[in-house]
Design a protein around this ligand. Sequence first.
Ligand code: ADP
Ligand code: MG
Length: 682
Amino acid sequence: MKEIEIKHVYKHYPVGNKEKFTALTDINVCFKKGELVSIVGESGSGKSTLMNLIGGLDSQFEGDIFVEGENLRGKPDKMLDKYRKNKVGFVFQSFNLIPHLSILDNVTIALTLSNVSPEEKVEKATAILTRLGLENQLKRKPNQLSGGQKQRVAIARALINDPDIILADEPTGALDSGTSAQILEIMKEIADEGKLVIMVTHSEKIASVSSRVVEISDGKIIRDQKNKAYKKSKKINIPKIEKSQRSQNQRLSVRSAVRLAFHNMWASKTKNFLMAFGVAISIVALIIMLAFGSGLDQYIADVSQNFTNPNIVTIAKKGDDIIGAFLHDPFTKQEKQQLIEELNTALEENDYDYRVSEESLMPGFSSITGMGINLSFAFPDGTQFLPDEQGQPQTGITEVSYIYTTPPYYTDVNLIEGSMSGENEVMLTPAAYSIFKQLLGTEQVVGQKIILTVQMNGIDSPFTAEVTITGVVDTSVIQSVLAMYVDFDFLKSMATENGLDADSFPETTYYIDTDVETAAFLNDYIMSSAKYSGSIEEGLTTMFSEMSNTISIALTIIACISLVVSAIMILVVLYISVSERTKEIGVLKSIGARRKDIRLIFTSESFLVGLLSGIVGIILAVAIYGIFVAVLSGLLGFAPLSLKWYYFLIALGVSIAVSMLSGLYPSNKASKLDPVESLRHE
Ligand code: ADP
Ligand code: MG
């Protein structure tokens, strides 16, 4: 039976603009199973062109090529892929083994494309490699083998799918005569076992032992001669390969593609790791951005919940700098009246029933040494802690130089330790608390008595009082501020007792206690006013909201830019990788890889790049997060960052999505490479 029937085949190659070169002219020839055909002819006569047509690597020709009655011309690419996978095996002059795969994997890859089970693959490949004398080389890489060994691996690869046709284009062209004879013997056995072997050769010796010689000259067959003296081999060494149980429609599985991709990446691990590291930087930016975003939001939410009361409006004069957000100038009597009028006008215009009066304004006070008040402390045993001449604290104690009156909305919730203070009592900020611990040499600060000395601006003599420390206040962000909290009435009475006019006592803050709705309105009014600010906490939350927005925008921009840079980097690296591996792609196509399979392998690589980058990015981000938290905690007493587990999922998702998107173009290019050209690529 005719295995291959070639009728009136012409092949033209386009050259230049409109011209074409005719490489094959009216080829008519048939081949049968069991034949060992040598194709001879001068270089450039069209031998390889004919082989490529028979092998379904090139479908652009005129005429008909029937293989078992089916015409190759006009067959869709998919059918040709299947034909190459199941019907033909190629052997090339330059072996065309895939350098980064082991000998075993080079052979099994043809079965991998058919999704044959790993056990079956290894069993078959080992059997055939053993028969070809390569049982000790299975784990080696192609470059560790001699030419003859490489060609035997290539033959094993061509045979593994049990094809009916073996096409060998100058299989001995790169081998010495002794090795050539061995390869020829193998080819002969394959033919004698019943396959059709077509072999291009330059060697007259090889041609003379074939069963048939076809000579081509200038694209035409000029001789077709059977060898009557041809003798079949007595003993056939090549094992008969059973066609795999798998359906021949099976194709490369995602798992195998990922495994192949992993091998490919492992082969150039430094390059891939550096690339992943580059991409990881943008993933770090992304995670830190998310951590800052939610950390600041969480912080703001905590502060508004614990340090404000929806019923109480806090009003202070707006400071021009950051210090002004913490400490406020006192209101004059006139300014107080003006404030009342302004608020009432606003309330009236907006149909609120509530009116602010002098009595409804609860006064408060906050100040700092040199800005209206000097504080110093002593212990009842007479030990004094006073500033030296330069105003520098001798012991650190006079650094406790802020004094705040306790806002009316502070409750036990705001205490870290102890209880709220009343008359003759004070509370400390956490920073002041730790200094007192040092000074007193005891953890037992709460309950201690100290003598408080207050020197106010414009008042000659300082006033003093013996006070008891009752608690430590959680002061939101001002943990590191060395300050004391006292009751406003107590501070005022202390001043009065010391001969200060109570009416002239500076009032820096007012609180209004009203219903939630009115308070919300007044709060908005105060916060949007150019003259007034709210409580320290409100000032801080505003500041942090702005900071949060700025940081988020900045980090988003950084993350986006670095993601774009990463995407371009991946694209370039994969693109280069495709051109470096052009030949490998040609080999894969020759053993029946479909476009989809090639695309799947490269897409898997970009997936792995994304996965690796994501993981490296997450590890780096956790480390950098730790550094940020440590530094910010040291500086601010808190760190407005929070990592959530799902950020890692987002990061992985983004990283994989970005690299797979970037991989689309290179993968697509790889899949579309022309097999003949790829195989010729050096
Ligand atoms: P052989 O294998 O017999 O040495 P080929 O089949 O490779 O010869 O080439 C036959 C002729 O076709 C040569 O003249 C060669 O230059 C030409 N040829 C082969 N491939 C191409 C191509 N892709 N484009 C143009 N000309 C080609
Ligand atoms: Mg050739």
